[in-house]
Design a protein around this ligand. Structure first.
Ligand code: EPU
Length: 446
């Protein structure tokens, strides 16, 4: 026992790396160890967007043959989507940042629970498989840490296009007995996933589909660009009204994935938090316009070029109010990282979360570091404190883990972000990239 108190469920020996006596499960978790105090300096090129690459992989199912996707990040979610494609009979091979996809003439029209449970985005195969085969059996995804996350908009829109659904033992059985036909669909909320699912179904549908109140995200416009290379007829992608004229067939194509504005934004926040100066290159600054505007309002100096921007952090940030909104509003996936910065602002900020009903688990973790944050309904009140102190925190999802690592860049002492494998779902080489900018950070694998 070497003098350590026995914690129920722990091994009888201490783990010297973590100081001993941690619960058994923790010994097998990854952690990111950050020691605060070093300003980040240098340049970083961003990779392709996770939230585009995943959709492009699904879109490839719409045309048999060999597709090539370039600038695909090497992250866990892409691997999981690779498994989804393999399950339906496609081949998916990586060569550096290029994915080669071989799509069969008759994909197997199903996505089982073990894959959908690992990654909600698997639900997008619904539209693509229906369009290709006239049927699909896809496990219904449950809720998650962000709230109940229903898929009613996806299903309502597809029903208007002639799809019939039965829920059998947790699996959606979708059939289009008379084929998928065009429809005039108006979404209740500009849902990214619903717009994508309808777009994927509509490109091979009979006739014209209009998607009103469509999501305007750049990743969606990039999906439409790839589909157009395959021969799809799409107008208005990137605006709130998309018109699709169905075609009888598509052909395999090659496409380069749009840069990841979330990776770009996360490193901008890391620069600001550390009082450093980082140039983010190979990005599209316009896709991060609102986030950069709010960083400026928080006292950062921001310089912008064609495909780069530089963010220089202030000694102490100013408080800023903001509300998350669909693009081009402030991205919900930048909300936790921004709150990390505002946690040390000289005053009180109010952040309103409009996209998810529950995206607040990270708040308790920041408060363990000494932040003073309360959530009241959809509002997060952040009373800035002078400093944070490092401790063990839970990186409960991709963006929360990034936010807590960023918080550690300024904290006093050592911050341990547990369950750090969430980072691997969305960021390639997150820790080595921070190291290349001078951060005192390392990955601990137990
Ligand atoms: N919603 C419904 N019904 C639906 C669909 C959505 O009520 O049928 C609600 C959701 O519950 C949520 C809101 O509408 O409250 C927005 O959901 P949306 O469909 O736009 O999100 P998504 O397609 O499920 C994608 C990204 C998320 C990102 C959101 C918002 C991917 C794989 N995921 O999710 O990214 O937060 O759009 O921009 O593209 C991340 O990368 O960390 C991430 C969570």
């Amino acid at each position: 026992m070497r003098g350590t108190a026995r914690v129920p469920g722990s091994l009888p020996w201490g783990n010297t790396r973590f100081g001993g006596g941690l619960p058994y499960s923790r010994l097998f978790m990854d952690a990111i160890r950050v020691v605060g105090g070093r300003p980040l300096e240098g340049e970083l090129a961003v990779l392709g967007a996770k939230n585009a690459a995943l959709k492009h992989m699904v879109a490839s199912l719409l045309a048999p043959g060999t597709h090539r996707l370039d600038n695909v990040p090497d992250i866990l979610d892409v691997e999981i989507m690779g498994d989804v494609l393999r399950h339906v009979g496609a081949r998916c091979e990586r060569d550096g940042s290029t994915l080669h996809l071989e799509v069969p003439e008759r994909p197997v029209p199903e996505a089982p629970l073990e894959l959908v449970r690992q990654m909600r985005a698997s639900i997008l195969v619904l539209g693509a498989l229906l369009a290709r085969t006239g049927e699909a059996r896809v496990a219904l995804p449950g809720g998650d840490d962000f709230g109940s996350r229903p898929i009613d908009f996806h299903l309502d829109g597809l029903q208007q296009m002639g799809v019939h659904f039965d829920l059998v033992h947790g699996v959606l059985h979708a059939t289009a007995p008379n084929g998928i036909h065009g429809a005039d669909v108006f979404l209740e909320f500009p849902s990214v996933g619903a717009t994508e699912n309808l777009l994927l179904a509509a490109v091979l549908a009979d006739g014209k589909t209009t998607i009103g109140n469509a999501a305007r995200e750049p990743e969606l416009a990039d999906l439409a660009a790839y589909l157009s290379k395959m021969g799809a007829k799409i107008d208005g992608a990137g605006t709130s009204t998309i018109e699709i004229h169905g075609v009888p067939g598509l052909t395999a194509a090659a496409h380069r994935v749009v840069p990841d504005r979330l990776e770009a934004g996360t490193f901008a926040l890391a620069a600001a938090m550390s009082r450093g100066s980082v140039t983010v290159s190979e990005c599209v600054p316009d896709h991060s316009r609102m986030e950069l505007q709010k960083l400026q309002a928080a006292g950062c100096t921001v310089a912008v070029g064609d495909d780069w921007f530089t963010v220089t952090g202030p000694d102490r940030p100013l408080p800023v109010d903001l509300a998350t909104l669909p693009f081009p509003g402030f991205h919900t996936d930048m909300h936790p990282q921004m709150v990390s910065l505002l946690a040390v602002a000289d005053g009180t900020s109010i952040v309103t979360e409009n996209v998810y009903t529950a995206r607040f688990r990270y708040i308790g973790e920041l408060n363990r570091m000494g932040a003073d944050i309360v959530a009241d309904g959809q509002h997060v009140v952040v009373r800035g404190v002078e400093g944070l102190s490092g401790c063990e925190v839970d990186g409960c999802d991709i963006r929360a883990a990034a936010a807590l690592t960023i918080a550690g860049l300024r904290a006093d002492g050592e911050n341990l972000v547990m369950d750090a494998s969430h980072i691997d779902r969305g960021y390639q080489d997150f820790v080595p990239k921070l190291q290349s900018l001078g951060a005192n950070v390392e990955r601990l694998r137990s």
